[in-house]
Structures are given as structure tokens and as C-alpha cells.
Design a protein around this ligand. Sequence first.
Ligand SMILES: C[S@@+](CC[C@H](N)C(=O)[O-])C[C@H]1O[C@@H](n2cnc3c(N)ncnc32)[C@H](O)[C@@H]1O
Length: 371
Amino acid sequence: MTTPLTKYSPRAQEFRQFAEQECPQDPLYQAICRFTAESAELLDLLDAAPPTQARPNLLLAALHERVLAGVAHPIAAYYPSVGGTRMPDADLPETLLDFVRSERVALLAHLRTRHTQTNEIGRCAVLWPALQSIAQQRAQPKLALFDFGSSAGLNLGVDDYGYRYHSAQARFEAGAVGVPGRPVIDCQWLGSAPPLSVGEWRLVERIGADPAAIDIRDAAARRWLAACLWPHDRERAQRLQQALALAQQRPEQRRVLQAQDCVAALEAWLCRLPQGVQPVLFNSWVLHYLDAESLVAMRQRLATLMQQSALMWLSAEAPALRPAGLELPALAQGATPSTLWTLQWTEAGTLRQRALAWSHPHGRWLQWLAA
Ligand SMILES: C[S@@+](CC[C@H](N)C(=O)[O-])C[C@H]1O[C@@H](n2cnc3c(N)ncnc32)[C@H](O)[C@@H]1O
């Protein structure tokens, strides 16, 4: 029998830190994390998760899923995602414990098998001009997109969404703004002028690959995606539902391969591409899931692929995961370092790289860097 975790354990500390640093704007998640840090019974639940997943946000998503599933319980009153308006109060800890005890079997099943796997289409606010920039650089408007670690493949629908960019000087729109039923993403534009007005591009091929591909035909999988969002953020939740509805109408444009080795899937896909298209490999918030050894191996295989083909690698990751040797670009005043968008390709046999943009992890702002 394992010893129960105490409120002094590293896991308890992780929950306290999560409350302070990750969710200061979400009073419910703050309160749940603080209470969990004091409760051996709640901390022990995460023993069911694989060590790499045993994090506060997995437990929060598992609880949220049960609420979204419609379990009738007083805890729902605290969740804005199901219409709750009650603020965290002195009753919350007991209510939470009661909920956990009554939903224990389902919660443990989630903790054992699910991952904290969001699919954030807000990132398309940066993907859109990045694709435009690639088309311009290559003088090739026909693009083929491979989304590596694509989750449910919602970012493959980049050309289906609307974008409203706001800058200090102007406000401009791109994509499907004004088309009924289309998600619209608002994004603050910082930095250099956008490359939006020059030229056109279109996706002639698109596919995703993921070791834990999400099948959007499965209602439980769709609910898990929604559960990974925070209950107070209604805007993201609405955007997700719109993107899922659209994806269900266009399954052929959101195809995601279930692949343990996504680089091998990319190699096979490159071989099948028709002539006269520009292949683009895209990954966003995926590389931190790879251990150091796998990451080195992946970079080597991709360098070879970029030598052998016209592949361009667009990567949107934490700055520490930028290409080796790339200097960190300066950030606009007031912006916090978050997602760095970089581009790699081969020119005359030499691997080249440049930084394209900084952005908020969910695309609320972007700082365009490329000229
Ligand atoms: C945080 S989600 C990001 C999903 C999507 N790229 C986005 O921006 O919304 C991370 C994704 O990486 C996937 N992943 C984890 N390990 C991977 C690997 N070795 N190769 C490819 N994808 C991986 C996960 O299954 C998950 O879908």
C-alpha cells in the first residue's frame, strides 16, 4: 500500500503553484487547487495517471468533464460552463469531496487514459499570416499542410475561420469574417506590418498526425476537448464548439492519422504529394511532449527531409525549443515571452532559419517579426 500524499509533498506544492501562477484569473480553479493541495485524498487521485500526465490540469479537466457530462450534483453551481454562477465559498471543499467520491470510478478512468489535450484554433490567427509569408517567400500559392501533433485537426481549418486584427494604427480583417457559423478570432497585431495584402495562397492538401488523435465523431472525445478548457472562458468554449461543428461538416479536411511516429507519417505523405505544391510542416505546442533524445532524433530526420525536399518547417513552441543557434528576437514592450514562431528550410543545400513572430499561446496577440 502506498503512503498517502501529504500537504507538504511536491505534488501539493505543484497545486499551490498552479493556483498562484497558472490560474490567477479563475477563482474556481484557484480554490480547487488550493483545497486539493491540503487534501491527501484528492492528491492521491493523481496516482492513477501516468507520471508525465500527473499534473493539476489533468485533474481539473477530469472534474470538468464530469460536470459537462451533466452529472446532477451541487458542484455544477460553481461551473460557469454549465450556467453556474456561484462563487467559491466555504461549502466548496465538502461539495468537491462529495462529488469526487460519487464520481470516483469515472474520474480514475479519465486520469488513467486521457491527456491534457487542447486543440486551440486561436493559434490560426498566426498560422494564417505565416502561411501567407511562406507562399510569398516561395512564390508558390499552392500549399500542402501537415499538422504534426494535431490533436483533433482543428487547425487544419485555418482557411475556414475569420480573423480580426487590431493594431495601434488600424483594424483589418482576413478569412471568413461575416460568414455565418464561422469562428472569428480577434488578435492584437504588434510589430511589423502584416503580409496579408500581398498575394493569395490556398491549401490544396492538408492532413494531421498525432499519437493520440482525437476522433471528433465521438461525443465523449469532443466533450474531453471542451473539458480541457477553463470553465469561465466562454469565448474559447464557443469558438471550440463552432470549429468542431464545422469540422464535422468537412471530415475530409480534418483528417488526422493516428501515428506513433509522426515523422514517418510525414515522410510517407511527402512522397504522395503532387508536383507544384509547397509542403509545410507545422507544429504548435507539441515539442515539449518529446523527451530530449526523441527531440534530437526528430530534428535530425527533419533536417534530412528538408535537404531532400522543398519542405518548410513552421514551428510554434516555447522559446527554449527554437532552432539551435537562432537568437531570441526582441519582444514588443509589454508583451511576455510565450510562443515563438520559427521557420526552417533548405536553400542551396544549406539549412536556413528565421523567426516569424511572437504570440500569445492562444493567439490573443501576435508580434510580427518578419519583414
Ligand atoms: C497541447 S496539444 C496541441 C495540439 C495542437 N497542435 C494545437 O496547437 O492545438 C499537444 C499535442 O501533441 C501531441 N503529441 C504528444 N507527443 C507527440 C509526439 N511524440 N509526436 C506528435 N505529437 C505528439 C499530443 O497528443 C497532443 O495532441
